[in-house]
Design a protein around this ligand. Structure first.
Ligand SMILES: CC(C)(COP(=O)(O)OP(=O)(O)OC[C@H]1O[C@@H](n2cnc3c(N)ncnc32)[C@H](O)[C@@H]1OP(=O)(O)O)[C@@H](O)C(=O)NCCC(=O)NCCS
Length: 172
């Protein structure tokens, strides 16, 4: 009888990938790839597109995930919006390495940075609240966020009928 292949569960897969992935702050030279990854996903309306100018201006917000031989495979930004409030945005991982814990590691890096800066509340606006809930975020009403947060909404393809869910985590 043929032997069935060993079963790899989600946490084994994630642990294996964790060893290969480096999460680090972005450098100038990463911007073209960050631009490509974000805008590839923006075409499916899951993310707002970002111009190169925006990316250069906000470079210090960005973390990237890097794998030897593959290079940059994901990105995520932590943008401070208000006293004690920051947003996780522009989160994207290339198709090839999805469901291996890369997205989770990127958001965790943003949360560590928020903590280190003394920012206690971090939110995201998302079509996939389940992903964030797994990381400790809770669903909240958008009305709980300050108006300043909505400055980018006019650029969203869904504006003014926003289907995104607001999620928030309060850091300890
Ligand atoms: C969302 C995205 C960044 C997730 O990246 P990823 O590296 O595949 O995610 P991870 O492997 O770290 O997943 C962590 C957990 O979230 C779950 N998850 C992943 N994608 C999910 C999704 N779309 N919906 C719900 N849960 C999801 C995983 O199953 C995993 O759960 P587990 O820990 O119980 O196994 C990636 O799918 C992506 O780039 N999507 C397109 C852009 C996008 O939608 N960005 C988010 C905008 S807010």
């Amino acid at each position: 009888m043929e032997e069935s292949p060993p079963r790899i569960n989600s946490s084994n897969r994630q642990n294996k990938m964790k060893k290969e992935v480096t999460i680090r702050k972005a450098f100038m030279e990463d911007v073209p790839l960050i631009h490509k990854i974000i805008n590839a996903n923006a075409r499916h309306n899951t993310l707002l597109p970002r111009s190169l100018q925006e990316l250069y201006e906000n470079l210090r917000d960005f973390f990237i995930a890097e794998i030897p031989e593959k290079g940059v495979v994901g990105c995520c930004a932590l943008h401070i919006t208000w006293a004690d409030l920051a947003e996780v945005k522009s989160l994207a991982v290339v198709n090839e390495v999805r469901n291996k814990g890369v997205g989770k590691s990127l958001v965790e890096a943003c949360l560590r940075e928020a903590r280190s800066l003394g920012v206690r509340r971090v939110f995201a606006l998302t079509m996939i609240p389940e992903f964030f809930v797994k990381l400790g975020f809770s669903n909240i009403s958008k009305n709980e966020l300050p108006h300043k947060v909505w400055s980018e909404c006019v650029r969203c393809p869904y504006f003014p009928d926003c289907p995104e869910q607001a999620v928030l985590i309060v850091l300890k």
